[in-house]
Write a protein of this length. Structure first.
Lengths: 111, 114
């Protein structure tokens, strides 16, 4: 069974702090995506990483794909209340044409 | 903008009734997925359509669940003889064939079975 573990499950921090959330698996992925979901809406794609060791930045968000393409991290600098939401990672296994979602990290930024 | 649309946005039904949920994907997207999301939880894969290929139905939880995709576009998810445990948000997503892993989600249908 292919699993994608996200940690932590919940995170509540003050505005202005930094944080990192993790996405780990024993499976190798062809690519990995991060999504953010706000209440009452569908997930929205933030980024795709494809190459082992790849780092992508989206304003205050930094995404990294592990060298072995089995894990990823999302780092947020100077968190803001607008960053509140459910962060989901998803890995794509091209051999099986399958997408595996993690259970998500629920992030709450306190003003 | 022509994003993924889903209807209805909310559906309340009595236990034992059948329901149909509709998804209109982004024009030109060949891949279409259905997921279920229970309150505060992650996404549970239900079914995947890719072009004219046979759908991947491996995530359907029981034979009460079925889905079809007509003309390679609109999809309908049908739940027969609904049960209270079917209450959840049902999300549809579509993507291009060449980048199937980049999914564009609709706003979901919130199903409540009373």
């Amino acid at each position: 069974t292919q699993l994608l573990e996200q940690s932590p499950q919940f995170l509540s921090i003050q505005e202005g702090e930094n944080l990192t959330v993790y996405c780990n698996s024993s499976s190798v992925f062809s690519s990995l995506q991060w999504y953010r979901q706000e209440p009452g809406e569908g997930p929205v794609l933030l980024v795709t990483v494809v190459t082992g060791g790849e780092v992508k930045k989206l304003k205050r968000l930094t995404f990294q794909f592990g060298d072995a393409r089995k894990d990823s991290s999302l780092h947020i600098t100077a968190a803001q209340p607008g960053d509140t939401g459910l962060y989901l990672c998803a890995g794509y296994i091209i051999r099986d044409d399958k997408i595996i979602f993690g259970k998500g990290t629920r992030l709450h930024i306190l003003p | 903008g022509a994003g993924v649309s889903q209807s209805p946005s909310n559906k309340v039904t009595e236990k034992g009734k059948d329901v149909e949920l509709r998804c209109d994907p982004i024009s030109g997207h060949t891949a279409l997925y259905w997921y279920r999301q229970s309150l505060g939880q992650g996404l549970e894969f239900l079914i995947y359509f890719q072009g004219n290929s046979a759908p991947d139905k491996s995530g359907l939880p029981s034979d009460r669940f079925s889905a079809e995709r007509t003309g390679g576009s609109v999809s309908t998810l049908t739940i027969q003889r609904t049960q209270q445990e079917d209450s959840a948000v049902y999300l549809c997503a579509s993507s291009f064939r060449g980048r199937v892993y980049e999914q564009y989600f609709g706003p979901g249908t919130r199903l409540t079975v009373t």
